[in-house]
Design a protein around this ligand. Structure first.
Ligand SMILES: [Zn+2]
Length: 269
């Protein structure tokens, strides 16, 4: 267990507002997303006073989603699902069920390409088509983005900024993208070792063994006093600049730089 981040609390959260900002690095037309408290109310961000962890599940929705949602519900856990547009198209009901369960949906592109191989227009299409379909399917437009394989460059960052998305690469991973690691006991141990306050844990809901490891993982972490929150809840109180990567921390990179590079461009892991 590590205490690798200190999330500064600047304000508290009740509504999401888009504020214009000048000179943000990621793109000139950037807006800052500040999560404000209701006027007159001073609310301390939940994770400032609670031991939070953000579990994230990539590449779905999938045939494992329903089982995962049931497990999360059992442990009163909220999570963030980085979905692919192509999978949302196949599974609109599962996509809605994720939102109905109180979980958050992030954008993981349409077809899981290595974005660094694409033109700016192609990157835009991959992300924007997913934005549109998630909005059409759930009524909510994602504000979070995770690049397949964690592969980003200036063009990817600029597109994310343009679409008012912050990047959430994850801070730790169970490495369930490695085929040899796909055993329930192994991934249970990996998740418990990766866990730490304010960590963003990268996993794949398309890995059955990850989903099967969740009951033990959630039970153990719950005993350790963790609250399972969405990424947005974890970042509550911070001023988020589209295009930038979160959570930000001093010192270490805070990114899972090995990401899920070993996943295939077809979205399989
Ligand atoms: Zn992925």
């Amino acid at each position: 267990m590590h205490l690798r981040h200190t999330i500064p609390a600047l304000a508290a959260c009740a509504t999401l507002a888009l504020l214009p900002t000048a000179g943000a690095q990621a793109a000139p037309e950037d807006t800052k997303i500040t999560i404000h408290a209701a006027p007159g109310k001073k609310v301390v961000p939940f994770c400032e006073t609670h031991k939070c962890i953000a579990l994230t599940f990539d590449d779905g929705p999938s045939t494992n989603t329903t089982k995962l949602l049931a497990t999360l519900k059992k442990y009163k856990a909220k999570a963030t699902f980085f979905v692919m547009g192509s999978q949302v198209k196949k599974h609109p009901l599962l996509t809605r069920n994720i939102v109905k369960g109180g979980h958050e949906i992030g954008n993981h592109t349409w077809s899981h390409p290595w974005l660094t191989d694409l033109s700016s227009a192609e990157i835009y299409k991959e992300i924007n088509e997913t934005q549109k379909l998630v909005k059409k399917t759930t009524g909510k437009t994602p504000t979070l983005f995770r690049a397949p394989g964690g592969l980003t460059d200036d063009e990817v960052i600029a597109v994310a900024a343009k679409l008012k998305l912050v990047r959430i690469p994850g801070t730790v991973s169970t490495k369930d993208y490695v085929k040899d690691y796909r055993h329930v006991d192994f991934l249970t141990t990996a998740a418990l070792e990766a866990a730490g306050r304010n960590e963003v844990v990268l996993m794949h809901e398309t890995v059955k063994e990850t989903v099967d490891s969740m009951p033990k993982v959630l039970a153990a972490l719950q005993k350790q006093g963790y609250f399972f929150v969405t990424v947005t809840k974890l970042l509550e109180g911070q001023t988020l600049v589209p295009g930038e990567s979160y959570p930000q921390e001093e010192g270490a990179s805070g990114e899972v730089d090995e990401g899920d590079q070993l996943t295939g461009p077809d979205g399989e892991v």
